[in-house]
Design a protein around this ligand. Structure first.
Ligand code: GAP
Length: 441
């Protein structure tokens, strides 16, 4: 982990938030390469969950909402973590963090003692208004979900959607986490990618959809290159189910955060939740607005009305990025490689003139660079020797490097070097675009 954290900072993937002012715990900034990686990951998710489907539409809700939303959703009452406080130094821990509690007890020896567990609400407060004393308290959204449910009727009335259908969203969420940590794994500010899929209130039918979404979400991570031995499903026990969930399975990743292969090394990456009618029914009760869906039913005269059930897939973008980076990181002989899937890699290709001081080579390479930039994110490097340039690109996951050499000037061919195999292939300049495109599909 130390090596990954250091690489992230050194090469511009992820920096600690507000670093020059001493930081802000649980916040992170994405640098030039991290920003690209995040963008690519979101694009892949949107492609699979929205663009390639006929039954899902996109949505983008606001972060700030009327505080009554959070009463309706149950977050004011139930969105809590149980925590204990050390009576000596007042440090707080979640009660399920047994290892950290034991570690802390060792520091204080026999004197260690704890308060009774207390519930701590995770919603982050925000004050709105300009006049001191008259400011309204609201909350930064604790999950991106509620924007979709409170707009259920707006979405229905402005589209021609018929159940079953889904609404997909990507956006920031905020939680007053008691113990942020493990790099970006548990942050105060993070991004989620979610699908809210509305189905008929039918046990058998909804479970069929639930199993289907479990599978497509797991396949998504595998298809983008996470090793299958590092992924698993885990079902939530009855006593750990969130207040809205009838059933929940997590997709978990085997992290290096705890002893290798220990149970504690498996950490949540994404949750697949059966939310039943919790959200729409609660918002109907709290807002007084009708949240029923009206279905044409040829078997009965007129329309059938019901509150739909919801199957949710809820993934963390920052966690996904962290786990993709951990899974891709490897060291071989004298090089470090990020074996990121080409679809995720910040740069798809790098272009090098063999020698910096030969204007013909530089001009030719620059032409190729500019042409490829129309289609891909392309890196340019003319420093040092070719070997060093290759290693520098390997470390940030660039899948292909193109070198323009003297033979290029004679016959318009270049060498393409593959990141993982280090194999070099000589191809015609006009073939480069389709060569890279093939690897991106
Ligand atoms: N709408 C359902 C929901 O929010 P969740 O299991 O609380 O469910 C979904 O969160 C995902 O959001 C998690 O699987 C995780 O990837 C991500 N996530 C949750 N809390 C996080 C945090 N403090 N830091 C980073 N990611 C977090």
């Amino acid at each position: 982990m130390e090596k990954i954290v250091s690489l992230c900072k050194r090469r511009g993937f992820i920096y600690p938030g507000s670093e020059i002012y001493g930081g802000l715990k649980g916040t992170w900034d994405y640098g030039p390469l991290g920003g690209e990686l995040k963008f690519n990951l979101k694009q892949e998710w949107w492609k699979t969950m929205v663009k390639e489907r006929d039954d899902v539409v996109g949505f983008s809700g606001s972060i700030l909402m009327n505080s009554k939303v959070w009463e309706g959703s149950g977050h004011m009452q139930n969105f809590t973590d149980p925590l204990v406080e050390c009576k000596i130094c007042h440090q707080r821990f979640r009660t399920d963090q047994e290892d950290a509690i034991k570690e802390h007890e060792k520091e204080h020896g026999k004197k260690a003692s704890w308060t009774e567990p207390k519930r701590f609400n995770l919603l982050v407060e925000a004050k709105l208004g300009v006049v001191e004393g008259e400011k309204n308290t609201t909350y930064l959204r604790g999950e991106i979900t509620q924007g979709v449910h409170v707009n259920f009727k707006n979405i229905l009335n402005s589209s021609r959607l018929k159940i079953p259908f889904g609404v997909a969203q990507i956006g920031k969420a905020f939680r007053n986490e008691i113990t942020p940590g493990n790099f970006t794994y548990r942050s105060v500010e993070f991004e989620q990618m979610e699908l809210q899929y509305y189905v008929k209130p039918d046990e058998k039918e909804s479970m069929k959809q639930y199993d289907y979404f479990k599978k497509i979400r797991m396949d998504w991570y595998k298809n983008l290159g996470i090793k299958k031995e590092n992924l698993r499903f885990r079902e939530h026990k009855k006593d750990e189910l969130a207040h809205y969930a009838r059933a929940a399975w997590d997709i978990e990743y085997k992290t290096p955060f705890a002893a290798p292969d220990s149970e504690a090394s498996w950490k949540e990456l994404e949750g697949i939740h059966h939310r039943g009618d919790w959200d729409l029914l609660r918002h109907q009760q709290f807002s007084g607005q009708d949240m029923n869906y009206f279905d044409e039913n040829p078997l009965i005269s007129g329309k059938e009305k019901f509150i739909p059930w919801v199957i949710e897939t809820s993934g963390g973008i920052d966690r996904a990025i962290l786990f993709f980076l951990i899974d891709a990181y490897c060291e071989e002989a004298e090089r470090t490689i990020l074996k990121l899937h080409p679809k995720l890699a910040p740069y798809k290709v790098a272009v090098f003139p063999l020698l910096k001081n030969k204007p013909d080579l530089v001009k030719k390479a620059d032409g190729i660079y500019k042409e490829l930039k129309k289609y891909f994110n392309v890196a340019w490097d003319d420093r040092g020797n070719i070997g060093k340039r290759y290693f520098s690109q390997d470390e940030i996951g660039t899948p292909f490097c193109i070198t323009v050499d003297f033979e290029t000037l004679e016959n318009n061919t270049i060498t393409v070097r593959d990141r993982d195999s280090m194999k070099q292939t000589r191809i015609k300049i006009e073939e480069i675009k389709s060569y890279i495109n093939d690897k991106l599909t």
